[in-house]
Ligand binder design. Structure first.
Ligand code: SAH
Length: 219
């Protein structure tokens, strides 16, 4: 079982996506244990504000250190373990399939979603273990990046995908090899036919065809 705690200003956005389809099924079957933590619940501010202006000037607001720290402390106390804390950030290392696989070796992780202009640097230097980016562009918040990371990781957790959805033949499972083309019924779709070898029943030939048609992304 993989246990994930998510710190965010928008738990409902993440839950809406995660609780559906394959991942929703995996939660019900107890392959995944996910808790959402609303950052605003960890501030003493009477207006529930969790952001402040950056020192030295500059546009936008930053998430304050204390509510994040308190939330993480709460998670550590509940889980009775210090989970690996990942901060979703455009400054982090860009996510790859390999990285996602590596992260599934942890049984407990915590994901911190930033917002506005980001978070107070002291959280990064004191409790964050790793920063992960989903690409070289900037989004408004860490929720979509967290969903990208979690979705990628979850389908690699044993039991989450059923056998017929197995990921071992998929793109990037083996370095940069990309999956071979796939077809389903009908055989003849608008005068486009399925390659005959796939209907031949000859497993060796089918295997060779698949290998030959698995592209290698050389970029
Ligand atoms: N001022 C920051 C960007 C803040 S974007 C900078 O220039 O680096 C607000 C939040 O969105 C970030 O705290 C982060 O959690 C999230 N975010 C934005 N783009 C992201 C990306 N490419 N990968 C991961 N997280 C990202």
């Amino acid at each position: 079982m993989l246990t994930v705690d998510i710190i965010t200003l928008f738990p409902e956005i993440i839950e809406f996506v995660i609780s559906r389809s394959v991942t929703g099924r995996a939660i019900k079957k107890k392959f995944l244990d996910i808790e959402y933590h609303q950052l605003r619940e960890f501030t003493d501010d009477r207006h529930k504000r969790v952001d402040g202006k950056p020192y030295g000037g500059g546009k936008g607001m930053l998430l304050k250190a204390e509510p994040i720290f308190k939330c993480f402390e709460f998670i550590c106390n509940c889980r009775k373990i210090i989970p690996k804390l990942i901060y979703m950030s455009p400054k982090g290392k860009v996510l790859t399939q390999q990285k996602a696989k590596e992260l599934t070796n942890n049984s407990n992780i915590c994901i911190l979603c930033g917002h506005y202009e980001g978070i107070d640097e002291r959280i990064i230097t004191s409790i964050v273990n790793e920063q992960i980016s989903i690409g070289e562009y900037v989004l408004t918040g860490g929720e979509i990046p967290a969903l990208v990371l979690l979705d990628t990781m979850f389908r690699l957790v044993p039991g989450v995908l059923s056998d017929n959805e197995c990921f071992e033949d998929e793109s990037f499972y083996n370095g940069k090899t990309l999956e071979y083309p796939q077809y389903t019924r009908p055989y003849n779709w608008r005068e486009n036919k399925v390659p005959d070898v796939l209907l031949s029943g000859n497993h060796k030939e089918i295997k060779n065809w698949k290998t030959k048609n698995s592209d290698y992304d050389s970029e």
